[in-house]
Design a protein around this ligand. Sequence first.
Ligand code: URP
Ligand code: ZN
Ligand code: ZN
Length: 471
Amino acid sequence: MTPRKTELVVRGGTVVDARWAGPADVFVADGRVQALVEPGTPVPAGSDAVEIDASARLVLPGGVDPHCHVGFTSGDYTSLDGYAQCTTAAVFGGTTTIVDFAIPRPGEQPAATAHAQRAKAAQGLCDSALHGCVIDWDASVPGQLVDMADAGIRTIKMFTTYRGESMADEDTILRVMSSLRDVGGMAVVHCEANHIIEDTQSRCAAKGHIAAPDMAATRPPLAETASVAGVLAIAESVGAPVYFVHQSTPEAVELVSAARRRGVAAFTEAVAHHLILDDSCYDGPEAERFVCCPPLRPRATVEALGRYLITGDITTVGSDHCCYDLGQKRSRRDDVRHMPNGLPGVETRLPIIYSRYVASGLLPITRFVELTSTNPARTNGLYPRKGSLLPGADADIAIWDPSATWTIGVDVLHMATDYTPYERMAVTGRPETVLVRGNVVVSQGKLIDSEPRGEYIPAGPIDLTPAVLAR
Ligand code: URP
Ligand code: ZN
Ligand code: ZN
């Protein structure tokens, strides 16, 4: 076979993988990593490679965001970005693959919704994969799950809350899990026990405490714990893998870890805002900026959750990106049951986690890569094409300046909204240059290629090997 021409070299940086970090140059050919070589290795004769200087920089596999809602409709609200905007913000933040959700609206079939959403990938500046979603079981669902799996949609979201919107009952969850088990898929579950939440909300409303500043009290940790326990029992009973999105309490994380120790293929996702912000945000004048489900928790809970990053109990870190603007967030701040929940975060996920946990010395850089890129790729059937810089992987690369200091603000971000929950937060570390399949999209912090070259990446079977289940 003719050796491929080296087209690009990233020189002089510290390459980071989930298990290893060290000096190496990265050779890129045909949009893929061709080789990791000794620093200074000349390119093969006949190659006319572009060289990128990564001295004093970290060379990371681009981030994989496992939880990203693009143009998401819930209730009366639709979040404000499309694929072009969301992925532009993603690449500025060092993320080169997003995993979006196809959540059926009333009357829609899960597979039809998924196929329609999948077609939008080509509008992106980076690549995307997709979670399907089942709300109601009927006889057509098993066939739709096979159809979706054949199209590379193997992770299926279900919600135990949001009655009348996207809530699935326990029979549906059990049947979907059983069907997915047989097609190499996995249920991805938002766990908050709806009966506990509705009852709590009614009691809060009766006392006149149902506005944005009351958010934390309206969705108690107990609702999450109860639901996680129930869903884990279903997974264990049918022998199916399960992934819990945005776990926000130590109790919920512990339930999943204990199940994993018993041999259940169960995963915990934490999302960036639960690892940084606490419920004191609801005391400020603009509490609605922070309304998300589950809500922000007390500081001690945030710190405890952060420790699970280090111990390995948390498998992935996502953003749960939802791009609402302040007009939308303010419109029903009087009643959290009606306002849009969710926070913009696809662009800030990596910088805030890097700054708070890696730059501060709490988290090794290898573990950062594992949590934000490698494990999201594994649990979504995208590894080793994504989440790795091993030869053969897509050359999705974030060249990271570990010592840059900057202040987060809506003025320097690119998400399709007019606020960030991290306004005026000072951080250390940022992506400087970002490559998507070997194309330089962001260079020195500037967008230099706005051509939409995004591809839909079909998921293979979910990785349930010890590499991802070990901890
Ligand atoms: O508050 C949130 N997380 N909104 C987005 C939908 C969801 O529950 O993930
Ligand atoms: Zn959710
Ligand atoms: Zn979400």
